[in-house]
Write a protein that binds this ligand. Structure first.
Ligand code: NAI
Ligand code: MG
Length: 357
């Protein structure tokens, strides 16, 4: 029987609540089918550790993670620590050294969940956003001089490399090819940003030649928000830069009903290096400790993790259970307009997995 080494990093706030729920469901699934076991190690990395030691994770932490098959992550961010310290001190400190360059964000309107879009009942909105996850606007280049003086200057430099753009473009075209509609939209802002974004357009056109079976088009990011809202059915796979896709995928999550259901995978396609799976949302201090965090995003990302590990049957079973649970509106948490708790939703998942409902 296969055994997978999972690094669980719940992080801060509701991260702990949803990761615990996710692990419970994963364990139930493994026990039911007996196809695989999970050998989970728990890491206390996050803001509490920062308060104690001055670091969110130990030095060499990302190296330690290389020994695992996958990383199951919650969220990072605390009210008393600046957000750029927590993000760069943990999440990006894992994604960047492990070169998880493709951030994959599926969006669907799950059964029972209402889209805020009037004409969308479900099938009209079925997207996967591929976010460049290693460079672009979040490459980490920049600086500040003359801090606090009237002449203070700050730069935030976007980096686009041909190698970086080409690999994300190939990843997106492959993904588009694997989906029934074989349709890719490449998002840029190449009218105003005339260097990096023009390179992005040129590389897209070059890579497209290797994918004659994929239909593709280009959108400027501002117009893309309009198309997502007014013509969601015209989109399928979407590729965009680190910043653009960060914003578009939050919009996508909202259009599909809630940020509490949106999953993501930070993928390094090299199987020897672990990829990282997490809900899109953050640590949500406003609801931390109340027991009402929606765990659906974490269940969905757990399904993506199983799929990545090659456990397709278990991944599909988990997604099936998710759809059974969301279809029952009495199991909706407050973010979806309901009154259910994290515990209640998790129990319903466990029941669906064991076939008890
Ligand atoms: P957030 O995603 O934590 O919360 C935004 C809103 O959505 C809040 O009203 C929250 O209650 C709600 N929400 C989020 N997840 C939910 C869930 N599972 N169930 C029900 N409601 C949910 O974003 P916010 O407030 O901008 O950031 C809070 C902290 O999280 C900050 O420190 C931020 O830097 C961090 N953050 C971390 C991320 C990560 O670790 N990947 C991603 C986004 C934010
Ligand atoms: Mg975001």
């Amino acid at each position: 029987m296969k055994s997978y080494k999972i690094a669980a990093i719940p992080g801060d706030g509701i991260g702990g609540e949803v990761v615990a729920a996710g692990l419970e469901v994963l364990e139930a699934l493994a026990a039911r089918d007996g196809d695989f076991t999970l050998d989970t190690s728990h890491f206390d990395w996050g803001s509490e550790r920062y308060g104690r030691t001055g670091r969110l994770m130990p030095e060499g932490g990302a190296e330690e993670l290389r020994a695992f098959d996958a990383i199951f992550f919650g969220a990072v961010g605390a009210p008393d620590v600046p957000d750029h310290l927590t993000l760069w001190g943990l999440r990006l400190a894992i994604c960047q050294p492990l070169d998880q360059f493709a951030n994959v964000r599926p969006t669907r309107v799950l059964p029972g969940i209402e889209s805020p879009l009037r004409r969308v009942s479900g099938p009209e909105l079925d997207w996967v956003i591929v976010r460049e996850n290693s460079e672009g606007e979040y490459a980490g280049q920049g600086g500040r001089s003359h801090q606090g003086l009237p002449i203070e200057v700050a730069t935030e430099v976007s980096i686009f490399t041909r190698a970086g753009v080409e690999r994300i473009m190939r990843y997106a075209f492959e993904l588009a090819r694997s989906r029934p509609r074989k349709l890719l939209t490449v998002v840029t802002k190449s009218n105003a940003q005339r260097y990096g974004m023009v390179l992005w357009d040129e590389v897209a056109a070059e890579v497209a030649k290797d994918f004659p079976d994929v239909t593709w088009d280009k959108m400027l990011v501002d117009a893309m928000t309009v198309r997502m809202t007014l013509k969601p059915g015209s989109l399928d796979t979407i590729v965009a830069t680190n910043l653009h896709a960060d914003i578009l995928s939050d919009l996508a999550a909202a259009l599909a009903g809630s940020i509490g259901i949106a999953p993501t995978a930070n993928i390094n396609p090299d199987r020897d290096i672990p990829s990282m799976f997490e809900p899109i949302h953050g640590s949500a201090f406003d609801i931390t400790g109340k027991g009402i965090a929606n765990p659906i995003a974490t269940f969905w990302t757990a399904s993506m993790m199983l799929e990545h590990l090659g456990e397709d049957r278990a991944a599909a079973a988990l997604m099936n259970a998710v759809e059974q649970v969301t279809a029952d509106t009495s199991l909706h948490t407050p973010d979806l307009g309901g009154e259910a708790t994290t515990r209640k939703v998790t129990d319903a998942m466990l029941a669906a997995i064991s076939g008890r409902n």
